[in-house]
Design a protein around this ligand. Sequence first.
Ligand SMILES: [Zn+2]
Ligand SMILES: [Zn+2]
Length: 314
Amino acid sequence: MEFVDREAWGAPATSAAAFLGSARGIKVHYLGTGYGSRGHTRCADYVRQVRAAHLADVRERYVDIAYTGLVCEHGAVYEGRGTHRRPGANGNTELNGLDYALCALLAEDGGGLDIPPPAMLHGLVDAIEWLRRDGDAGSWLGGHRDGIATECPGDRLYAWVQAGAPRPDDGHDQDVDPPGIYTVRIWDNLSAIARRLNVDWRDLAALNSIRPPYTIYPGQKLRVPAGPGAPTVPPYPGAGAFVIGRSHSAVADLDRHLVLRGYTRHHDGNGYQPSSLFSEYTRRNVADYQRSRPELRGDPDGYPGPLTWRLIHS
Ligand SMILES: [Zn+2]
Ligand SMILES: [Zn+2]
């Protein structure tokens, strides 16, 4: 766990917020405002900006950053008001006295970085464990929307929180699921998973009691309806699809999987955006993915071969 305490990101060591002896549990939030992926060196600065904006909010009259803690896309946990301080983000004094408030640095749907990378989910679990260990937080876990009418923390995070905030299965430990079970490895939609499993999405939803808006999350175990059931991988497009400076539709597909799996740290400074162009950034991100897989570690050249192609789709 990378924990960044208040002084380390540039806030006074102790919060001026009211004392809180213990909490029923924890509410998860997101920014819910346009937010783009960025390099980790800029995350502390962003947390400082959030605090400045809260202190400047004349209507809310916050005494400090409103959240108990914040988590960036790289999985670092930033101490907000911290343990044993009443948060200010849950809606009103009663709700703030009930639960801690953890905020993911995540945009609303369509607002930029709107898919929580696996590292962010790990960071949120780290933060939950911190508050239970040091802040006397109870086992209750929910989202901002459980207290008041709001979209926060978005459908994806909310589905994950409702499932008990499981650590994502990064696919490093387990490559083969037992028969009849499929582990979701990346944020995806149900119809895409059903296509990959070669089953009808309605059967998949019914068997797993998944209801609208049909959100699933990394780490979720799905029971697969009887049928073919084997993940389908698009045919390998050939090495000619991956040439630096050239575009190919297979690159857009590759990029999507890099983004969903969180292999995006190389970019031009404005965050890594999926596109059909195979760039040096694409190559370096693929190399990171290859280094993460024991089967590929021998040759992390960043150019997808048939095995890289199959693994990143499974
Ligand atoms: Zn919220
Ligand atoms: Zn970061």
